[in-house]
Design a protein around this ligand. Structure first.
Ligand code: MV4
Length: 499
């Protein structure tokens, strides 16, 4: 078992890892930048170390400094979380080189999944379905033109070093190919320092469905079902759920087996996710994310498994004593990513101090947060403040529960994505499960405030007190026996505070 873990991250995922450590009796060490001095993850850990004076993300990317802190603090392992250094093979290798355990896959597995055409070849060899297309990067535009003929239009140009949608170009007809090839290659060079591109058949309205995988160090690999992640904006996921409403048990098994085969093919260990595109009952492997993901809680709620605890136990050499047939899905879970972005203003990042934070509670509600009242939200880091996750017996009840929980949530000090999330929970296509990766392109209605839209929340006691205090300071002293002016809300509802 691990004894002391350095958490090489910040925000909600750092807190999530610290919580898992505490439950397992593992000591935790936080690191922080100057800007994060007062952040909750620093308070929650057993010890905390300042990484450097830079207030930006730079601090969390200093490999040498992180390893130095881990060694000085007497850690035996490093958990990278997601983002930052989580999928950098050189970081995993440097951690192991320093005699520490990397809570994640071997560097070789990260590398194998990093090169997209190499990964495609390995998946084909392992019998995992991939989108029809090229197995090698195209030498030039003329080669791509010939390949496109055999694949059939529309085709999609993708960067070989790829991921995240950079260097992607849709080509509808031969005449567009040469220009698109140059543009995609250019973009790939700028983004990855590698201009190689290849072609795939372009799927016009797929869903993004991914499979959670767990693999121990003793050759045992299983999957924990899927997550539906189609509701995204500019490659940023906004809402995730488990299970997907389109998979039959047979398809779940087929996709799960494909994900397990993919993991085995690269010698995978620890938690990982295989992304698939699903269209008209067919599915195709896209890529593997070699980290714990933001949306892991929806899988935890429907499987009853603690994925971060499994990461730590597997890294400590424990056996994954969970058979595939023991994984049972129960009910439906939905996650909303609560960000400091203004949905009524093109999702413009919003900054400021959090003055009031009221966190939803009640049956089936989970809050994975990384902020607290008093915390300053800056532009230095990712705008995700927290994740609100609900669990209910079925999808319809989960949607209603999420709408209720969003009603209870109050954040004063920064604008948040909450109004957007509430509009999606009420939108008929979403409620009917009619969604694909272009859902938000097609639903400008949920991206904008409706005239007359009324999304009042529950009246919070703290907010009511703050308002009342404010009002008392402004109003003249009361006359004897006279009732104070009722709050406008109460008057609106037909209530009176006096006779
Ligand atoms: C595709 C596709 C359609 N057809 N491949 C986007 C990021 C990268 N991971 C793969 N992506 C896509 N690949 C084929 N052959 C559409 C996308 C895509 C997408 C995929 C998943 C989630 C959101 C997306 C948004 C736009 C495009």
């Amino acid at each position: 078992m691990l004894e002391k873990v350095l958490v090489a991250n910040r925000g909600e995922i750092a807190l999530r890892i610290i919580r898992a450590c505490r439950e397992l009796g593992i000591r935790s060490v936080a690191v922080y930048s100057e800007a994060d001095r007062l952040s909750p993850h620093v308070q929650a850990a057993d010890e905390a170390y300042l990484l450097g004076p830079a207030p930006s993300s730079e601090s969390y990317l200093r490999i040498d400094r992180l390893i130095e802190v881990a060694q000085r603090a007497g850690c035996d392992a490093v958990h990278p979380g997601y983002g930052f250094l989580a999928e950098r093979a050189p970081f995993a290798a440097a951690v192991e080189q320093a005699g520490l355990t990397f809570v994640g896959p071997p560097a070789s597995a990260i590398e194998a999944m990093g090169d997209k055409t190499a990964a495609r070849r390995r998946m084909i060899d392992a019998g995992v379905p991939v989108v029809p297309g090229m197995a090698e990067p195209a030498e030039d535009a003329a080669t791509a033109l010939r390949e496109a003929e055999s694949i059939g239009y529309p085709v999609l140009l993708k960067a070989a070093a790829g991921g995240g949608g950079k260097g992607m170009r849709v080509v509808h007809e031969p005449g567009e190919l040469e220009k698109a090839f140059a543009a995609a290659s250019n973009e790939a060079t700028n983004a990855f320092g590698d201009g190689r591109v290849y072609l795939e058949r372009y799927l016009t309205g797929p869903r993004h469905i991914e499979i959670q995988v767990l693999a121990d160090a003793h050759g045992h690999t299983i999957h924990l079902g899927e997550r539906e992640c189609s509701i995204q904006r500019r490659h940023q996921k906004m809402i995730e759920e488990a299970p997907s409403s389109v998979l039959t048990p047979e398809q779940r098994e087929a996709m799960g087996s494909a994900a397990v085969a993919a993991a085995r093919a690269v010698g995978y260990r620890n938690a990982g996710t295989c992304e698939f595109l699903w269209q008209d009952g067919e599915f195709f492997f896209l890529e593997m994310n070699t980290r714990i993901q933001v949306e892991h809680p929806v899988t935890e709620l429907v499987t009853g498994q603690d994925l971060v605890a499994w990461q730590l136990r597997i890294a400590g050499g424990e056996r994954l004593d969970l058979r595939q047939e023991d994984v049972v899905l129960l009910g439906h879970a939905i996650e909303c990513r609560i960000t400091s972005e203004d949905p009524d203003n093109g999702f413009m990042p919003s900054t400021g101090r959090i003055r009031l934070l009221e966190i939803p509670a009640g049956p089936g509600v989970r809050w994975d947060g990384g902020v607290a009242e008093g915390v300053e939200v800056s532009l230095y880091y990712d705008p995700m403040l927290a994740k609100l996750i609900v669990h209910a017996p079925d999808r319809a009840q989960a949607i209603d529960r999420m709408d209720r929980a969003l009603t209870e949530l109050r954040v004063v000090g920064v604008e948040t994505s909450v109004p957007f999330h509430r509009r999606v929970m009420r939108e008929p296509d979403f409620r009917a499960g009619r969604l694909d990766i272009r859902y938000l392109e097609k639903h400008q209605d949920v991206l904008r405030r409706e005239p007359g839209e009324d999304l009042l929340g529950a009246v919070s006691v703290a907010a009511a007190l703050l308002e009342e205090e404010h009002r008392r300071r402004r109003t003249a002293p009361r006359t004897a026996g006279g009732a104070s002016a009722p709050a406008s809300r109460w008057r609106d509802m037909g209530w009176r505070s006096g006779p």
